[in-house]
Design a protein around this ligand. Structure first.
Ligand code: NAP
Length: 259
């Protein structure tokens, strides 16, 4: 149905675990070459070997997306090992919790520096290569938190995730003449290693707030990203796709109980 993305070169930031690893795994299993990146070298190495063991063409490189020159080095390495960059999945992000009354300038800077500036830097670094391939794709991992919902302790995080959407709308216009599209996936609550140890009761409670009755899987986000990367999605840019099992739909607790 969809044109194969086999052989395309994909850079995924924040792919050593969680959603980024799910995105990397989805693209690798679709036949793409994938560069996995994150700050921790051991994390990157082990993610690469998990996918390489399945026979996929994967590479690894450390990066701190909050540092523009580190993003430039990542892009240069991608070109060295994969021959170019067709697709960037700007996924790296952090979500430390702190109430507004206690938030320090450093804590605000950390979250905006990685989630917002890191997205912009990764796009800027990959841009010349996305441009030269003639069909460049950028997929940003935003969130429902910020653009649609709120959660105490995450005002800085929510601001960074909403800001990513402001960024893609103008970036989409600037990139359009180069046939590069940029879109965002907005995950709801996705099961990742970060939830390990929270206990089954907590997971059950979270799942109960989702109309489809379960938390999301990293592959759910991977498939949404893969769709935006296809040739068939070439006419979609500056858009967002909520992948949350319907979590943002109930207008009240009662509405949820009526299901
Ligand atoms: P995660 O499991 O903590 O993974 C985050 C990834 O980003 C790791 O690979 C981490 O590796 C990397 N990373 C963090 N800071 C980085 C930096 N400065 N430079 C490069 N890599 C960095 O988190 P996740 O839940 O998968 O979240 C991934 C993305 O999805 C984030 O943008 C998050 O906002 C978004 N999201 C998640 C959910 C959810 O339910 N999980 C929901 C909505 C949105 P290192 O620590 O080694 O750098």
């Amino acid at each position: 149905m969809f044109t194969s993305i086999e052989g395309r070169s994909v850079v995924v930031t924040g792919a050593s675990r969680g959603i980024g690893f799910g995105i990397a795994s989805t693209f690798a299993s679709a036949g793409a070459k994938v560069l996995i990146s994150g700050r921790d070298a051991d994390g990157v190495r082990s993610a690469v070997s998990r996918l390489a063991d399945q026979g996929y063409e994967v590479f690894g490189r450390t990066v701190d997306v909050a540092d523009r020159s580190s993003c430039d080095e990542l892009a240069a390495y991608a070109v060295e090992v994969m021959g170019g960059i067709d697709i960037l999945c700007a996924n790296a992000g952090v979500f430390p919790s702190v109430r507004l009354s206690d938030m320090t300038p450093e804590q605000l800077e950390e979250v905006l520096g990685i989630n917002l500036k890191g997205t912009v830097y990764a796009v800027q670094a990959c841009l010349p290569h996305l441009q030269s391939c003639g069909h460049g794709r950028v997929i940003v991992t935003s969130s429902i938190t910020g653009p649609i919902t709120g959660f105490p302790g995450w005002s800085h995080y929510g601001a960074s995730k909403a800001a990513q959407l402001g960024f893609i709308r103008t970036a989409a216009m600037e990139l359009a003449p180069h046939k590069i599209t940029i879109n965002a996936v907005m995950p709801g609550n996705i099961v990742t290693e970060g939830l390990d140890g929270m206990g089954q009761d907590y997971l059950d409670q979270m799942a109960a707030s989702v109309p489809l009755g379960s938390l999301g899987d990293v592959a759910d986000i991977g498939h949404a990203a893969l769709f935006f990367a296809t040739d068939e999605a070439a006419y979609i840019t500056g858009q967002t796709l909520v992948v949350d099992g319907g979590q943002v739909l109930p207008e009240s607790v009662e509405a949820l109980q009526e299901i």
